[in-house]
Design a protein around this ligand. Structure first.
Ligand code: FAD
Length: 372
C-alpha cells in the first residue's frame, strides 16, 4: 500500500499543513506495516510528490534529508516553471503521473492524503476522476487500515460551521482524503514537535519513549509530467496574495484578531504591536473587514479563513458562531473583551475581562519583559 502526499514548494519551503499530513501518514504507514508483518501482507510506504519551480537550483540531497526526517520513503520530484504559481493542470498531471508510476510498481492499494488548502480544493474533484478514487474532503481526523484488496478509511468531518461532526467510512482500492490544517502535530525524526512521541508524554519535558526513525535513505524519482504550455487550457493572469511582509494566516503559529471593539487607529496600532511582539499574523472579524478597517483577505470565520494556530488572541470580538467556526482548531484561545457575558468566553481557554485600551498595553509590556 502507498500513502501519496502532494507537496507544493513555494518560496523554497514546505508548508506546515503539509508536514502535519506527512506526520499522520508516517504514523499510519508504521501501524499498517506492523500489522502486515504479522499477517505477511505487503509493506506500506510513504511517498511525497514534490512540485517545485526550482528548476535550476533543485537540490536533491537537501530534499532527501529534509523529507527523510519526516519519514518519507520515496519522493516523486516534478520541477517545472509551471509550479511558480498555482497551476491546476500542471499539479493534476504531476499527481496522476506519480500515482500511475507508483501503482505500476505494485504499490496498490493507495491513499492520497493532502492538506485541505485552497489549491488542493481546486484539484480534488478532477484528481479523483483521473485516479478513479473515492474522496473524503476536509476531515479533522482520519485513520486507514488495509481491508481485502482495498483500504478502509474512517474519518471525522466537521460540518455546519463546525457545530457538528460526521463520522465517515469509505472503502475502495484508491482513496483520497484532504485534511484540515492544525489537525495533527508534526513528527520529526519520530518525535512530536512538543517533545512527545506518538506513544505519550513525559512529565519532565524529556522524551524517554521517543524512538528516532530508523529510516531507509529516501528514494528520489524524477517525474515525467506531460506538461507543455500548449496543452494548458487556463492561464494564470494574476495571483493576489497578502503583502509579502504579512504572516500567512493559514500557516501562522500565533494570530491576533481584531473585532468591532477595535474602533480606531490607536486600537489598531495596539493590535499591530501585540502581533509584532508575538511574531503573530493579524486577522479580523467580518465586522471590521466589512467596515474597511482590515483587508477582506484576513477575515476569519465561516465566510473567511479557517485557521489553526497554536495561539489565537481575539480582541474585542463577541464570538458569533460564524466567527467561532473559523477558530475552533486553534490550540489555545485567549479572549479580551469588556463584556464578561460575551459568548467568546465560552470557547476561550483564557479570558481577560477588560477594556482593550488598558489590557493590551499591559499585555505587550509583560510579554516584552518576559522575552527580555
Ligand atoms: P460585535 O459582535 O459587535 O462584537 C464586538 C465586541 O467587542 C463586543 O463583545 C464588545 O463587548 C467588545 N468590545 C467593544 N469595545 C471593547 C473594548 N474597548 N475593549 C474590549 N472589548 C470591547 N463574522 C466573522 O467574523 N467571520 C465570518 O466569516 C462571518 N461570516 C458570516 C456569514 C454569515 C452568513 C453571516 C450572517 C454572518 C457572518 N459573520 C461573520 C458576522 C457575524 O455574525 C458577526 O456579526 C461578527 O462576527 C461580529 O463581529 P465582532 O465580534 O467583531 O463584532
Amino acid at each position: 500500500m502507498i500513502f501519496l502526499h502532494l507537496l507544493t514548494v513555494q518560496n523554497g519551503g514546505i508548508k506546515r499543513s503539509s508536514l502535519e499530513v506527512l506526520s499522520r501518514g508516517r504514523e499510519l504507514v508504521d501501524s499498517i506495516s506492523q500489522s502486515n508483518e504479522q499477517s505477511a501482507g505487503n509493506q506500506a510506504e510513504l511517498h511525497a510528490v514534490v512540485c517545485s519551480p526550482e528548476v535550476a537550483s533543485w537540490d536533491e540531497a537537501k530534499w532527501a534529508a529534509e523529507l527523510g526526517a519526516y519519514g518519507v520513503d520515496t519522493v516523486w520530484s516534478a520541477t517545472d516553471e509551471a509550479f511558480k504559481e498555482h497551476n491546476n493542470q500542471a499539479l493534476l498531471s504531476a499527481m496522476q503521473s506519480a500515482h500511475a508510476q507508483a501503482t505500476d510498481q505494485g504499490a496498490k492499494p493507495s491513499v492520497v492524503a493532502m492538506a485541505s488548502t485552497e489549491g488542493v480544493k481546486d484539484i480534488l474533484g478532477a484528481l479523483s476522476m483521473r485516479l478513479g478514487a473515492s474522496v473524503v474532503a476536509d476531515v479533522s481526523e482520519f485513520g486507514v487500515v488495509a481491508e481485502g484488496d482495498g483500504v478502509l478509511l474512517t474519518a471525522t468531518r466537521p460540518v455546519m460551521a463546525s457545530k457538528a461532526n460526521t463520522h465517515v467510512r469509505a472503502q475502495a482500492q484508491h482513496l483520497m482524503v484532504s485534511v484540515r490544517s492544525g489537525s495533527y502535530g508534526i513528527l520529526e525524526n519520530g518525535v512530536l514537535e512538543n517533545g512527545e512521541n506518538q506513544n505519550g508524554e513525559n512529565e519532565n519535558g524529556e522524551n524517554q519513549n521517543a524512538k528516532p526513525l530508523n529510516h531507509q535513505p529516501v528514494r528520489i524519482v524524477p517525474l515525467k509530467t506531460e506538461h507543455a504550455d500548449s496543452k494548458l487550457q487556463t492561464q494564470i493572469r494574476e495571483i493576489i496574495t497578502a503583502a509579502a511582509d504579512t504572516i500567512d494566516l493559514n500557516e501562522a503559529e500565533a494570530i491576533v484578531a481584531a473585532g468591532r471593539g477595535v474602533k480606531d487607529e490607536a486600537a489598531k496600532a495596539l493590535i499591530a504591536e501585540l502581533a509584532g511582539v508575538l511574531n503573530a499574523g493579524i486577522g479580523a472579524s467580518r465586522a471590521l473587514t466589512e467596515a474597511g478597517m482590515y483587508d477582506p483577505s484576513v477575515q476569519i470565520g465561516q465566510t473567511g479563513k479557517v485557521v489553526s494556530p497554536q495561539l489565537y488572541i481575539a480582541v474585542g470580538i463577541s464570538g458569533a458562531i460564524q466567527h467561532v467556526a473559523g477558530i475552533t482548531n486553534s490550540k489555545v484561545i485567549v479572549a479580551v473583551n469588556k463584556d464578561a457575558d460575551a459568548p467568546i468566553f465560552e470557547v476561550a481557554d483564557y479570558g481577560i475581562v477588560g477594556d482593550l485600551y488598558e489590557v493590551l498595553p499591559a499585555l505587550i509590556a509583560e510579554i516584552k519583559r518576559v522575552k527580555g
